[in-house]
Design a binder for this molecule. Structure first.
Ligand SMILES: [Zn+2]
Ligand SMILES: [Zn+2]
Ligand SMILES: [Zn+2]
Ligand SMILES: [Zn+2]
Length: 723
């Protein structure tokens, strides 16, 4: 009988850990969060700011199951993911299952036997600071989402949603689009020296002649430099330059590299990584750290040596992004010797990439020889201070000297190429020719998914672990639209119409500010470190938000709108999805209060609202109850009972329309089937537009065919036997 219950969040992980721990343990999955804010309510008291949690309706069975197990097992261990989210899941498990405050919490970076056993031997308690940080983030997201979205929706007349990080991400794309729209390319003179006897072109060093960020805008400015002239190689340096291996993966660099190489979206990368982690193939994939742990380094080195491959004397340390939170260790294989892992193609591809980064990172650095040359002209040209100086022209070259780790690249190609320079001697005089070419300044480029995520990360907006979901969200709602028809693996993002609208509507809201959002993230870090309380972060955000909603929402109605033909008030166009690609267009009053004295729903007539036709009622010619006239899509009409419950007694579900009045359907003609003898009924197929005969009460008649053709008003097979 199992004695210890271990609870994790995912079924795949629980299976793997059960295998590792054997029958003395019972390992169960909570299947994600089991207590959360309610789905349809705000769930936060706006006075006390106390959140209300409820057991998610779809988790009731899991909770009941776990409660039974808790009673049976003398010991319970919470073993959820090693981050704020995992800590919060552990906390809510504790509450939902009525476990004591000092219940054991274990965390591990990989689902392997050694890591799990080590974790179980070193249990700790739930870290309430981490839980508070997660709760603060959850409540902030909830307040912004649930308070701002309805205000936006009401103003726009169509469903819109705002989100703490989501809307700032949309703003980033909108801001860039506007920079591009307002960008005016400006011509400038690009001045270059070419040596007469060598294939070498060196650009003019602009610094002495124009201010920072300026160029030679006018051909006049370029003139003093141009023409044939003697130049001397005044400076020549040749230095070795180390080329470090690319760092092992953080969440964001992994998303970026897999996007570039395989065209995977951030969310596809995270799904594949989650699977690999749960299979025990890689270390935890939500991480801000680009460095391997000591254990990871040792394992990689040991493996390389066993293969007779070189290792670095000193393993490079990579700089962590400022404000990095989940700083455990970079993503790496748990068994570096394993060349293939994962079940699907994307899991396998991602694993290969992760493995290569980890292995190469402990291999020897590469060395390039970098050459820099500066040519000094005999000319004198006036500099910014009004002094006459000799213009200089500089160029640098680069040649691979030692390949180092680069000799072992297989998965992720290296883009840098050799840039050779001719062998020249310092002090030599050359004859050169200086020419100018007109070039144009270029607008900034659009973001794609990878570069947007990188931009958000380096601006300190949002957390790496949430970017994938945010990207799916803003694409799904068409707030940003990936360019179609692009050959790029990861298409560029443009804002959608709704994206522009939301960014403008919320432009004066505090939470849309880049600096503000960054500040909130660092406050969340303080909460996680126990240096700030939940109320101190949530209260001011709520206050600002309420003021913003009350007075700073901008913009107007976005929905198609028109005056109501009935009452003159504004009605807006709505579209409801009828499924199977069909949709229904109709109109409603912007202010639902007007519907009472007018109509609730209006028809759409070629894009304009029209009043619904008055209802046509009549008596059923059979049972004399009320029947209603309905229009068919093809323009015809039919009648149905106003009260459906009368259909059975009457026996007529649909009635024909004859000159605007209800009429019973003509009694169907019947004939016996000449093949099987059963009754055939003559019916008109509107779809095929002709009459045919059907075995009325038998889908599989003995004669083998339900339908029989109609020839001159008789079943075709009957005619055959008659002749
Ligand atoms: Zn009206
Ligand atoms: Zn009837
Ligand atoms: Zn009735
Ligand atoms: Zn038959």
């Amino acid at each position: 009988m199992a004695s210890t219950l271990v609870i994790v969040e995912s079924p795949a992980k629980s299976k793997k850990i059960q295998q590792i721990l054997g029958s003395n343990y019972v390992v169960k999955a909570s299947v994600g969060h089991m207590r959360d804010l309610p789905q349809h309510d705000l769930g936060v008291d706006l006075e006390t700011l106390k959140p209300t949690y409820e057991i998610s309706p779809d988790k009731k069975a899991v909770v009941a199951d776990l409660r039974k197990l808790v009673k049976r097992c003398p010991k319970v261990v919470l073993a959820t993911d090693p981050d704020r989210e995992g800590e919060a899941i552990a906390y809510h498990l504790r509450v939902a299952l009525g476990l004591p405050a000092d219940v054991e919490r274990v965390s591990y970076q990989e689902v392997t036997e050694s890591a799990i056993k080590k974790a179980l031997a070193n249990p700790s308690r739930i870290d309430t600071d981490l839980v508070a940080a997660q709760e603060s983030r959850r409540v902030l997201d909830r307040l912004i989402g649930y308070l701002v979205s309805p205000a936006l929706t009401k103003q726009a007349g169509i469903n819109l949603s705002a989100g703490r990080v989501q809307s700032v991400a949309v703003r980033t794309v909108v801001d860039r689009e506007r920079e591009i729209e307002s960008f005016k390319p400006r011509g400038y003179q690009s001045v270059t020296l070419a040596l007469a006897d060598y294939n070498l072109k060196a650009p003019l060093d602009l610094k002495p002649f124009v201010a920072e960020g300026e160029r030679l805008w006018h051909p006049e400015q370029a003139k003093p430099f141009l023409g044939s002239q003697k130049v001397q190689l005044g400076r020549l340096t040749e230095k070795p330059s180390e080329v470090k291996p690319r760092p092992p993966f953080t969440t964001v660099t992994m998303q970026s590299a897999a996007g570039k190489l395989y065209g995977m979206s951030a969310s596809q990368v995270m799904q594949a990584a989650q699977k690999l982690f749960e299979q025990g193939a890689i270390t935890y994939h939500r991480t801000d750290s680009p460095n391997l742990s000591e254990e990871g380094i040792a394992k990689a080195q040991h493996y390389l040596q066993s293969q007779g491959l070189p290792i670095a004397q000193k393993v490079a340390k990579y700089k962590m992004k400022a404000g990095a939170q989940e700083a455990h260790e970079a993503v790496r294989p748990t068994d570096i010797a394993l060349e293939v892992a994962g079940q699907t193609d994307s899991e396998k591809q991602l694993y290969k990439l992760i493995r290569e980064r980890a292995l190469l990172s402990v291999m020897p650095v590469g060395v390039d020889n970098v050459t820099k040359m500066t040519f000094v002209s005999e000319r004198k040209v006036m500099n910014r201070d009004g002094d006459m100086v000799n213009p200089t022209f500089s160029i640098s070259g680069r040649m691979m000297h030692e390949k180092g780790w680069r000799a072992y690249v297989q998965v992720e190609p290296i883009s840098a190429e050799d840039k050779p320079l001719p062998k020249l001697t310092k002090g030599t005089l050359f004859s050169g020719m200086v020419t100018a070419k007109e070039e144009y300044t270029k607008p900034p480029s659009r973001y794609n998914e990878q570069s947007l995520i990188k931009a958000l990360e380096s601006a300190g907006i949002g957390r790496p672990s949430t970017y994938a979901a945010i990207m799916e969200n803003i694409k799904g709602r068409k707030y940003i639209i990936p360019e179609t028809g692009s050959k790029a693996k990861s298409p560029n993002f443009r804002p959608g119409k709704l994206g522009f609208y939301i960014v403008d509507a919320l432009s004066e809201f505090q939470f849309m500010g880049y600096k503000y959002t960054r500040g909130v993230e660092s406050s969340l870090d303080k909460v996680a470190a126990g240096k700030m309380g939940y109320l101190n972060i949530v209260r001011p955000v709520l206050q600002g938000l309420q003021e913003d909603i009350a007075s700073r929402l901008k913009g107007g109605l976005l929905a198609e709108n028109a005056p109501c033909p009935g009452c003159g008030q504004i009605v807006i166009q709505k579209t409801s999805n009828k499924g199977r690609g069909k949709s229904n267009v109709y109109w409603m009053h912007l202010d639902p209060g007007h519907a009472d004295s007018c109509h609730k729903y209006l028809n759409d007539n070629a894009g304009s609202p029209s009043l619904p036709e008055p209802e046509q009622r009549a008596e059923c010619p059979n049972c004399s109850k009320d029947v209603l006239r309905k229009k068919r899509a093809d323009g015809g009409a039919f009648w149905v009972h106003a009260d459906k419950s009368h259909v059975t007694a009457c026996g007529h579900k649909y009635l024909d329309d004859r000159d605007g009045a209800p009429a019973l359907k003509p009694k169907a003609k019947t004939e016996p089937c000449s093949e099987c003898g059963a009754v055939l009924k003559r019916i008109y197929s509107r779809k095929k537009e002709h009459w045919l005969w059907v075995h009325d009460d038998n889908d599989n008649p003995e004669c083998g065919s339900k339908f029989v053709d109609d020839v001159d008003g008789r079943p075709a097979n009957a005619g055959q036997t008659a002749s």
